[in-house]
Design a binder for this molecule. Structure first.
Ligand code: NAP
Length: 292
């Protein structure tokens, strides 16, 4: 069994990007810029936004966080997004989700111009992804595909079973893996909560991707010997032995599943680490397209 080390890969990707950005700076050129918009004070969102900002700055990218009150109206938020749509200093715009209930997330996502939509959630980019055209890949699925690629895991003709059909993980990873492209070309099955016998499907997987949001849900009897297992889940479970009183586990029962696999991601230290790295890659790619 080989551990897919997201921490190491993410560092590798960031180092490569850092070198590219240093070259731009040395040549006196503009650098890629990312603006992150945070509405309200959700602690998890604050922490994600801080990490994204720090990662950008460390690489020499321009980074700005726009912190807005919980009470902001949808119209005001849209007008701020429009401002950044037209601001040449920023190549990527990210609105941290979830948003307060009075704001329609779909409308907000659609108000970011596709060229700066580094989360890849705008329907134009989602559409381009599904028909195999150049687009921004949502960061978590992009991280998974990059991980498979860098570990030289064969995907062509393999059966990928995705458990979960969210718009941010399940559907886009299925859409990416099904494309007739290098690093993809899988036969794909998507499962969700209405699957009658989940195990029947997961046991067929050469590549099993769990994006469910339920701690340790994929057990050893659901996994084929030699499968590649990608665990996207991030779940808090009580653990009185830790200072915080909880620990983070994935959707896969790692301890019992890992010995059966050929490759597996740990949680933490797997897919989660790749997500921010791929956001930076998307911002750099947006820069190249806009400044070209
Ligand atoms: P989500 O929107 O809640 O979607 C969960 C999906 O799992 C749904 O499609 C749901 O089916 C399906 N599901 C739930 N119970 C199931 C069951 N018993 N059998 C089969 N399918 C079942 O979650 P998400 O946003 O995709 O996130 C999934 C997990 O990944 C969460 O733990 C989240 O924290 C984590 N995550 C991690 C990263 C990262 O950077 N590593 C990024 C995003 C998310 P229905 O559609 O039928 O409800």
């Amino acid at each position: 069994m080989i551990l897919l080390d997201g921490t190491k890969l993410a560092e590798e990707i960031k180092t490569e990007l850092g070198e590219k950005i240093k070259k731009l700076t040395d040549e006196g050129k503009k650098v890629p810029g990312l603006v992150t918009i945070l509405v309200g004070e959700n602690p998890a969102s604050q922490s994600y936004v801080n990490s994204k900002g720090k990662a950008c700055q460390k690489l020499g990218m321009l980074s700005k966080t726009e912190r807005l009150p919980e009470t902001i109206s949808q119209e005001e938020l849209i007008s701020i997004i429009y401002k950044y749509n037209n601001d040449p200093a920023f190549h990527g715009i990210l609105v941290q989700l979830p948003l307060p209930k009075h704001i329609n997330e779909d409308v907000i996502v659609e108000s970011i111009i596709p060229a700066k939509d580094v989360d890849g959630f705008n329907p134009v980019n989602v559409g381009n992804l599904s028909i195999g055209k150049d687009t921004f890949y949502p960061c978590t699925p992009y991280g998974i595909v990059e991980m498979l690629k860098r570990y030289k895991i064969e995907t062509s003709g393999k059966h990928a079973v995705v458990v979960g059909r969210s718009n941010i993980v399940g559907k886009p990873i299925a859409n990416m893996l099904v494309q007739k492209k290098e690093g993809a070309n899988c036969v794909v099955t998507i499962c969700h909560s209405a699957a009658k016998d989940l195990k029947k499907f997961t046991l067929q997987a050469d590549i099993l991707i769990a994006a469910i949001g339920r701690a340790n849900y994929i057990t050893a009897d659901m996994v084929r010997e030699g499968a590649v297992v990608i665990d996207v889940g991030i779940n808090r479970v009580e653990d009185k032995t830790t200072e915080k009183g909880y620990k983070i586990v994935g959707d896969v029962d790692f301890e019992n599943v890992a010995p059966k696999t050929s490759y597996i991601t740990p949680v933490p230290g797997g897919v989660g680490k790749m997500t921010i790295a791929m956001l930076l890659v998307n911002t750099y790619e947006a820069y190249l397209k806009i400044e070209r």
